[in-house]
Each structure stands twice: as structure tokens, then as C-alpha cells.
Design a binder for this molecule. Structure first.
Ligand code: HEC
Length: 132
């Protein structure tokens, strides 16, 4: 009986400890995941507009500028306490370059938007292959 009670207490302490560790890990990654999720939202809306063949120039410009602003957040969000290694910085800056070029091109229709979205999506994928 005594052993069963001790075993139970051990289980509970272990479970509580696991939850604390899991929460700490989640909190540490929360900003990175949040920034990525917002990027996914804007990137997804551009893809959806392409699919629906409704590429409003103003909405496109807004989504691209939101993505561009978040492009500045990738490094501090994923590496809050250190400088990311050079290839990670390279992917981040390639994303910013692709977005700068896309914003400069000011795509007014789907035909102009498609290559911009493709280029941006490729950088997302390349970085994810290595770091996600
Ligand atoms: C420089 C590298 C890099 C680039 C570029 C990048 N990502 Fe990420 N992404 C990551 C990393 C690292 C994670 C994992 C973050 C974590 O779980 O802490 C991630 C995770 C994600 C996730 C999952 C988030 C979650 O809730 O778990 C989504 C969605 C995402 N990225 C979307 C995008 C989109 C869309 C783009 C391009 C517009 C993009 N990412 C560009 C590095 C990058």
C-alpha cells in the first residue's frame, strides 16, 4: 500500500515536471511559431488569390509588405539569444530580397504575381528543409 502511494506520488511529480518542461519549451518557441504562422497567413492569402484568379494590386501590395516586415523578425524570433549561423542568415536575407523585388515590381495582376509568389515560396521551403 505504502509503495503504491509512493509510486503514485512519483508519477504525479514526473507528470508535473514534464508539463513544466513542455511549457517552457513551447514558450521559448512561441514567438518564432507566431511570426511564421502570420507569414503563412499572408503567403497563403496570396496563393489563394492566385488560385481564385483575383489578384487585386492593393491586397497584393499589403500582403507583400506584411511579409517583408516579418522578414526582419525571422532571425530574432528563431534565435532570440544568439546570432544564427550564416546559412540561416542567408536564407532570411534571400527571403527579404525576393520580397523587395516583388514589392518593387508592384504586381498588378495574377500573371505578374505568380512568379513573385513562386520565388518567395521557394525560399520558405529551402529554409524549412534545413532548419524546420
Ligand atoms: C530563414 C529560415 C526560414 C524562412 C526563410 C522561413 N521559415 Fe518558416 N520556419 C523556420 C523555422 C526555423 C521554423 C520552426 C520554428 C519553431 O518551431 O520554433 C519555421 C516554421 C514555420 C511554420 C510552422 C509554424 C508553427 O506553428 O509551428 C510555418 C507555417 C512557416 N514556417 C511558414 C513560413 C513561410 C510562409 C515562409 C515564407 C514566406 C517561411 N516560413 C520562411 C524557418 C524559416
Amino acid at each position: 500500500m505504502k509503495h503504491a502511494a509512493l509510486f503514485l506520488v512519483g508519477l504525479i511529480i514526473g507528470a508535473v515536471g514534464a508539463v513544466i518542461v513542455a511549457n517552457a519549451l513551447r514558450a521559448r518557441d512561441a514567438y518564432a511559431r507566431g511570426a511564421m504562422d502570420v507569414m503563412q497567413h499572408h503567403y497563403g492569402s496570396l496563393r489563394e488569390n492566385l488560385r481564385a484568379k483575383r489578384c487585386d494590386a492593393h491586397k497584393t501590395a499589403l500582403a507583400l509588405s506584411q511579409l517583408r516586415a516579418l522578414g526582419n523578425e525571422i532571425e530574432p524570433a528563431v534565435y532570440p539569444d544568439s546570432t544564427p549561423e550564416s546559412s540561416f542568415r542567408e536564407f532570411s536575407s534571400r527571403l527579404r530580397d525576393a520580397l523587395d523585388a516583388g514589392i518593387a515590381a508592384a504586381p498588378a495582376d495574377c500573371a505578374a504575381l505568380a512568379p513573385v509568389v513562386e520565388k518567395v515560396g521557394k525560399v520558405c521551403e529551402e529554409c524549412h528543409q534545413q532548419y524546420r
